[in-house]
Each structure stands twice: as structure tokens, then as C-alpha cells.
Write a protein that binds this ligand. Structure first.
Ligand SMILES: [Fe+2]
Length: 200
């Protein structure tokens, strides 16, 4: 039999009070202040690092994320205790994608976080750009002469497309490489992303 080792993990669930959060944050007051950024290889309007939006408006999201992290850890290891979940200042931001917008491969590593999240606040699964994880191990197998098809048949993929709907959130270790495909519609695809440190 085949054994597949070295599993990576991410936690994918729904935000409980998504509708209230969307009503409070997804409006012109905040969307209109988002700006282009030169910080990343991307084309996207964002509040990242410019303190365009005060962290306080994301407080409900932070509470939801903390609740979900407790749920996640209890499923991994019911006996584990979390001593703290810390959100560093300016490590939560909003991104808005319209036609032609995208984000190239990147990760969220810095010395203040071990987990990151992406919350799909305004998202149409039929039209909006996909969130994609990149499996770093795939290229190592490829350089050993294994064909893409053989790897796919083994269930090992280079690009992983989580099945996302509006109101969903994905929590993942901050070092995971990921990207956003090119947005094809003016549907105001909007996400809130952030970084935090879980002390266990
Ligand atoms: Fe990201």
C-alpha cells in the first residue's frame, strides 16, 4: 500500500457572525480608502501597512479568529492549552480585487506570527478569483524526474484550491506559499487577512 507522509494542514471553516461583520465593514467608508501597494508582487487595493484602516474595526474578526483557533487546537490535541493568541499591531488588513487584480506567490512570515488567516468577506465562488496554496514539495519531486501526471495520480498536487464560499475563513501556518488568481469580474472580491501568534 502507499503511505502518504508529510501532510500539511490548514483549518477551513465559517465565520459565525459573517453577515454582521460584512454589514459593518464591507462598505464605501472603508473600501474607498484602500490603495494600490508596491509592497508585494500584485495588483490589488489594500489597507496593508498604511494604517488606512484602524485595527479596531477588525475587533469582531479577531474575536472570531480566536474562537476558531481554540476550536482548531481542541481538535488537534484536546489536552493542549493555549496560553495566548496575540495579534500584532497592523497585522490585519483588507484587500479588494476587481478586473485584472491578482496576488502572486507569497507567504506571511515575520517574527511576530506563526499563523495567518484569510476571511472571504465578499466572495462569489462562481466568478471571483481563487485562493491557491502552492505545495513546495512538488518541485522537489519534479526535479527527481517524476512526471506531473504520476504525482497527480498519487494525490500530490502543486496547486491546491480550497473550496471557498463567502463567509469562510482559512487559517494556515504563516510560511505557506499562496497566491490569488487573476480576478475576471468587477464583483468587488474582498478579503480580510491577518497574522497572529499562538503560544501553546
Ligand atoms: Fe496572503
Amino acid at each position: 500500500m502507499f503511505n502518504l507522509f508529510f501532510h500539511d494542514f490548514a483549518y477551513h471553516t465559517k465565520i459565525d457572525n459573517h453577515e454582521q461583520i460584512k454589514q459593518k465593514i464591507f462598505n464605501q467608508k472603508y473600501l474607498s480608502v484602500l490603495q494600490d501597494t508596491l509592497e508585494w508582487e500584485c495588483k490589488v487595493k489594500t489597507s496593508f501597512k498604511k494604517t488606512l484602516i484602524d485595527d479596531s474595526i477588525f475587533s469582531d474578526i479577531q474575536l472570531e479568529i480566536k474562537k476558531i483557533v481554540h476550536e482548531m487546537l481542541s481538535k488537534i490535541s484536546p489536552s493542549s492549552k493555549i496560553s495566548s493568541i496575540d495579534f500584532p499591531k497592523s497585522n490585519i488588513w483588507m484587500n479588494l480585487y476587481n478586473v485584472g487584480d491578482y496576488q502572486d506567490y507569497h507567504d506571511h512570515t515575520n517574527n511576530k506570527c506563526n499563523f495567518s488567516f484569510c476571511y472571504f468577506m465578499n466572495y462569489d465562488p462562481e466568478k471571483d478569483a481563487k485562493f491557491v496554496f502552492f505545495n513546495e514539495k512538488f518541485k522537489m519531486f519534479r526535479t527527481q524526474g517524476l512526471t506531473d501526471q504520476l504525482l497527480f495520480d498519487l494525490g500530490i498536487h502543486d496547486n491546491i484550491f480550497p473550496n471557498v464560499e463567502e463567509g469562510h475563513v482559512i487559517i494556515f501556518p504563516s510560511h505557506y506559499t499562496h497566491r490569488t488568481t487573476i480576478q475576471q469580474y468587477d464583483t468587488n472580491r474582498c478579503t480580510v487577512s491577518g497574522n497572529f501568534f499562538v503560544n501553546v
